[in-house]
Design a protein around this ligand. Sequence first.
Ligand SMILES: C[S@@+](CC[C@H](N)C(=O)[O-])C[C@H]1O[C@@H](n2cnc3c(N)ncnc32)[C@H](O)[C@@H]1O
Length: 198
Amino acid sequence: MPADFEKQSYWHDRFASETAFEWLAPSATFISFLEPYLSVSGDQRVLNLGSGTSDLHVHLREKGSADVTNIDYEPLALGRGREIEKRLCGDVRTKYAVADVTRLRADLPAPSAFDLVLDKSTVDAVSCGGEAAFLAMARGVRQCLAPGGLWISLSYSAARFDLEELPFDVRVIGKVPTPKAKVTDPDVYYWCYLLRPR
Ligand SMILES: C[S@@+](CC[C@H](N)C(=O)[O-])C[C@H]1O[C@@H](n2cnc3c(N)ncnc32)[C@H](O)[C@@H]1O
């Protein structure tokens, strides 16, 4: 990814005109990986990091999740998220908040605890800002997880969470093959990670 992906100004300019876009994979694909971790009762507190112009929150509603909070540091993204939800669901029931995922403790109202934290390629954007930003995000997620809580992340990187200081045990729970220009091209995947606090 180009270095600008960690900058809010990049996303502000982009969301001024972009109304809908899915990074790495459609939300339905991501949902298929995390479905085993969704509660049947729908009462899990779900935090969607860097919601952008994705329809992930709509898919979570369709799966019965009744307590979804979408955060993004770019306010335009939250407006786009509301528009998508209203258009596809007829009303707005998920929550929206401006927050920086590298400053979760400071930006989320205290006390905030979530059973499931999701990110679809937001960790990739944050990682463009370097290891300190990545670790700040990881530590912030760890702090806002309720006991037994999980972080599920979709990333383009096969080595995204290979860092000793990470306060999580990491397991791959899915991979998405990327399109090939030629049949002889090598297999390349996006990776879905399950992160459990250590
Ligand atoms: C690669 S896009 C992914 C968007 C969406 N999750 C999807 O799957 O299409 C990254 C998103 O994270 C947001 N973002 C990047 N850095 C952030 C940060 N430090 N705090 C909060 N949001 C951030 C961007 O505004 C953008 O919406």
